[in-house]
Design a protein around this ligand. Structure first.
Ligand code: CA
Length: 218
């Protein structure tokens, strides 16, 4: 998740709430930083303030869309500024929230965006006996709650959101750790091993030399 917002207090508030909700968050305080992050990472979604220093949000959004960036973007607009909303949507935003907003509304809209982007229509993700609830960051196996660490949850959530394809270790690593974290792709194997131990060995397939995917038929 990328959050581009120049108000430090709002940026840290959003980052904290999103981290609590189980997302990995990179924060950008201006348009240049946001553009750099967006160009070097694959995000599940971007929260983009339109009034950003250096490069404004609309310019960024148009640039990304012209470059074929399909990442879901939720724009933050000034209160009552209908023309900002229209411009935002016209420039390729998927949804908007007007300031001041309640953090719950931002979270709800993000969940909907990510769900739509991954082709899922139900709020809960199901794979065989395993059920994952992104809203509550909870996982059950045959209806029984299973305790996962936040990293294990992120790995499982990412695989379930992209269950139609093989996910490489590098891609997983990128989604588990925030930008400034010391990345170590070996740890993905550890998380996969723990998930198999907790949820069943057959749940996640290893595709040799490529990566992982949720078991077909599961
Ligand atoms: Ca601003």
């Amino acid at each position: 998740m990328l959050v581009a917002e120049d108000q430090p207090q709002l940026l840290s508030q959003l980052s904290a709430a999103l981290t609590d909700a189980g997302y990995v968050v990179d924060g950008a305080a201006d348009g240049e930083a946001a553009d750099f992050y967006a160009g070097t990472n694959e995000y599940d979604a971007v929260i983009l303030d339109l009034g950003l220093p250096r490069i404004d949000g609309l310019t960024l959004l148009r640039k990304w869309r012209e470059a074929g960036q399909a990442v879901p973007v939720l724009v933050l607009t000034a209160r009552g500024s209908w023309h900002e909303k229209v411009l935002g949507i016209d420039s390729g935003a998927d949804d908007y929230v007007a300031k001041p907003f309640r953090i719950e509304e931002v979270l709800a809209r993000l969940r909907a965006l990510i769900r739509r982007a991954s082709g899922q229509v139900t709020p809960q993700l199901r794979c065989g006996a395993v059920c994952l609830d992104p809203r509550l960051a909870k996982v059950t196996l045959d209806g029984t709650p299973v305790k996962l660490t936040s990293h294990e949850f992120r790995v499982l959530s990412y695989l379930m959101h992209h269950r139609d394809r093989v996910v490489s270790q590098a891609e997983l690593t990128e989604h588990i750790y925030a930008q400034d974290f010391d990345r170590d792709s070996n740890t993905v194997e550890v998380f996969i091993a723990r998930l198999r131990r907790k949820l069943g060995a057959a749940l996640i397939e290893t595709v040799r030399g490529i990566g992982y995917r949720m078991a077909t038929g599961a």
